[in-house]
Design a protein around this ligand. Structure first.
Ligand SMILES: [Zn+2]
Length: 75
C-alpha cells in the first residue's frame, strides 16, 4: 500500500498563507529566511519563515489590498 503523500511544503515547513502565491510567491528559502515576490508590484521582500510581518507591512506601506488579504485569510 503506497502512501499517497502530497508534499508541497518547503523544507517540511508549512507555507504561510500570505506566501501561497496569491499575494506573494516564494522565490527562495534559506534556513529560516524566506524571500517572496509581491504578485502586485513584483518587488522582492525578505522575511522569516513563520513570521509574515515584513510581507504584511509591504502590503500596508505600498497601499496594496490588505483588506483583500484579511478576507482571504478568513475564508
Ligand atoms: Zn507590492
Amino acid at each position: 500500500m503506497a502512501s499517497n503523500q502530497e508534499d508541497n511544503n518547503i523544507g517540511n515547513k508549512t507555507i504561510p498563507l500570505i506566501l501561497d502565491g496569491t499575494f506573494f510567491k516564494i522565490i527562495r528559502t534559506e534556513s529560516e529566511n524566506v524571500q517572496g515576490e509581491c504578485t502586485t508590484c513584483k518587488r522582492r521582500i525578505k522575511g522569516r519563515n513563520g513570521s509574515t510581518t515584513n510581507f504584511l507591512n509591504h502590503l500596508k506601506t505600498k497601499g496594496h489590498s490588505i483588506q483583500g488579504y484579511k478576507e482571504y485569510k478568513n475564508k
